[in-house]
Design a protein around this ligand. Structure first.
Ligand SMILES: [Fe+2]
Length: 190
């Protein structure tokens, strides 16, 4: 079974040269995942592997149907990654909602575990900007809407998905508060 070091070097190979900003983003998502990986109910290894791998589907080497959560998940399945890591990547940050809006099929056989681990991954993605900068979730969602523009499907997706994204963030920050873990490190740094 691949380790976190394997996952990180795979992500680096796929992203660092072609998509350097995306590589900065995923490294930062992985750092935040490591920081919160001891939270109650969170399983460290699936979280940190999924964090560093969640956007590999953007790599031109990986892209097939051009829906990055599914392309990434299928690539990882073929390389023997744990089924939980595969499913976390497939469903990260509201992917099922976007798949429905785009008419992309293929996510259904993979379960959305809807667990603290999954919430933690969604949280890490929501507090990390496109070059790895720390943002609040609201800054992040504003940035995405601005980047894609009002007429893009991504903006429409975000309008629909935001309550679920926010709920995952809120559950995670509640777990961080309960553990006495700093929650605003992010916005202080940015
Ligand atoms: Fe991401």
């Amino acid at each position: 079974m691949p380790t976190f070091a394997d996952a990180r070097s795979l992500a680096e190979t796929l992203l660092a040269d072609h998509l350097p900003d995306r590589w900065l983003h995923v490294q930062s998502v992985a750092r935040e995942a490591l920081r919160i990986s001891a939270l109650s109910g969170v399983d460290r290894e699936p979280l940190i592997q999924a964090a560093v791998l969640h956007d590999i589907g953007y790599s031109p080497v990986v892209a097939r149907v051009r829906f990055h959560p599914l392309d990434g998940a299928r690539f990882l399945t073929a390389r023997g990654y744990d089924a939980r890591v595969v499913a976390l990547v497939a469903h990260h940050s509201g992917a099922a909602i976007e798949a429905g809006m785009r008419g992309v099929e293929g996510l259904d056989p993979l379960p959305d575990e809807a667990s603290p681990t999954r919430d933690a991954l969604w949280y890490c993605d929501a507090v990390t900007g496109p070059q790895g900068q720390r943002l609040t979730p609201d800054e992040r969602w504003t940035e995405i809407r601005r980047r894609y523009g009002p007429d893009d499907l991504v903006t429409a997706f975000l309008d629909r998905a935001e309550p679920e994204l926010r709920a995952a963030v809120d559950r995670t920050t509640a777990r961080m508060d309960a553990a006495g873990l700093e929650r605003d490190q992010a916005s202080v740094e940015s």
